[in-house]
Ligand binder design. Structure first.
Ligand code: GDP
Length: 195
């Protein structure tokens, strides 16, 4: 699945704008600045791919990328903008809810968590939302290179404990560093196994 090229397809603001459901897809969610663009770039091996769409005005869109001919990678809007106006927040929450429960070809949602910070309240809220959607979600720890081994255990324990309260959570946690490349091959093979 990861042999082919990646391209930005489109930014979607309403369910009616979704591309044809003609291939499987996985989506990525996370707080702003968690390292989502970097992870998508690392997965696809395409520098600047997700960055291109991560400009003001595009951040409230669901961004579609092709990965080869058989897979879409879907970049969900970053959440946790403290100062986003309420109507904006409500609009994307509505879209997110529709997308997560109504997209037949969606195979898994990956929730990105910063290895330094663990699961915050907004992450937990997204996970609760995912519990009532049709899809399993899996945690991906980002920026693993920024955390010392001795500090990692505590964060992982916090994450494991939080996940145990979510029926839709897949128990395996993937530790990644887009910077160093750690965990990227593992995540690719997890996605490749989802067909
Ligand atoms: P996004 O807002 O979630 O798309 O986050 P970005 O991918 O733009 O990353 C936010 C910041 O974290 C940028 O300065 C990145 O260079 C940095 N970053 C992302 N991934 C890593 C990583 O694996 N290791 C380190 N050290 N920094 C990272």
């Amino acid at each position: 699945l990861f042999a082919g090229q990646s391209e930005f397809v489109k930014g979607v603001v309403a369910m009616s704008g979704l591309p044809p459901a003609d291939r499987i897809e996985v989506c990525f969610a996370g707080r702003s600045n968690v390292g989502k663009s970097s992870l998508i770039n690392a997965l696809t091996g395409t520098k600047g791919l997700a960055r291109a769409s991560n400009t003001p005005g595009r951040t409230q869109e669901i961004n579609y990328f092709t990965q080869g001919p058989e897979l879409y990678l879907v970049d969900l809007p970053g959440y946790g903008y403290a100062n986003a106006p309420l109507p904006v927040v409500e609009k994307w929450q509505r879209l997110l809810k529709q997308y997560l429960s109504g997209r037949q070809t969606l195979r898994r949602a990956f929730v990105l968590i910063d290895s330094r910070h663990g699961i915050k309240k907004v992450d937990d809220e997204i996970m609760t939302r995912l519990d009532s959607s049709a899809v399993t979600f899996q945690c991906v720890m980002t920026k693993a290179d920024k955390v010392k081994d001795k500090d990692r255990a505590a964060v992982m324990e916090q994450v494991r404990s939080a996940l145990s309260k979510h029926p839709a959570a897949y128990p395996e946690i993937v530790l990644t560093s887009s910077e160093k490349g750690d965990g990227i091959a593992t995540l690719r093979s997890i996605i490749a196994g989802l067909e």
